[in-house]
Design a binder for this molecule. Structure first.
Ligand SMILES: Cc1cc2nc3c(=O)[nH]c(=O)nc-3n(C[C@H](O)[C@H](O)[C@H](O)COP(=O)(O)O)c2cc1C
Length: 154
């Protein structure tokens, strides 16, 4: 088994972020990662630091809000103390729609809070509009390549 672990967390309302998460899990497994795909709804904030690499894929709903299924985890991560996510190398793929005033707001919130809690950003966040299909998989592949280069235990 590979010692390069990666957690892929998705937050979704209608499944777009989940489908991208499934793509990411397949790509990561093919590259040799030990990949775990999880719905934010069922994941505990305290378990994130078990992973050295974290890929967040999250849409935005309402007026710039987290998907319903992601809100509790977001609140819990926001409440983590100090640098609880030190050692977690992360990147965020945000899904949204430019016709909304608060474009990709929830992805921006994740990007900010994980850094605030001590995480290290591997690749800058990408904010994708409704035509995300053309670009998302390329961005995920580039991000996984960068994450694969991070030595385990650092
Ligand atoms: C009712 C509704 C509210 C939305 N609100 C926002 C928003 O505030 N900001 C944004 O960037 N996108 C917004 N979107 C667009 C979604 O984020 C986008 O369609 C995304 O691809 C959905 O992904 P999901 O299926 O993973 O939830 C909204 C879409 C709907 C239908």
């Amino acid at each position: 088994m590979s010692d390069k672990n990666i957690l892929i967390l998705y937050g979704t309302e209608t499944g777009n972020a989940k489908a991208l998460g499934e793509d990411a899990e397949i790509m990561a497994s093919k590259m040799g990662f030990e990949a775990k795909l999880e719905d934010m709804e069922y994941f505990e904030a305290g378990d994130i630091s078990d992973y050295e690499r974290l890929l967040i894929i999250c849409s935005t709903w309402g007026d710039g809000e987290q998907p319903y299924s992601a809100q509790d985890l977001y609140d819990s991560v926001s409440s983590l103390s100090g640098e609880a996510l030190k050692g977690v190398n992360f990147s965020v793929l945000a899904l949204g729609d430019t016709s909304y005033e608060l474009f990709c707001e929830s992805g921006k919130e994740w990007d900010k809070v994980i850094e605030e809690k001590g995480g290290t950003r591997v690749k800058d966040r990408v904010d994708l509009d409704t035509d995300y299909d053309d670009y998302a998989d390329d961005w995920i592949m580039d991000t996984l390549d960068l994450m694969f280069q991070i030595p385990t235990g650092e």
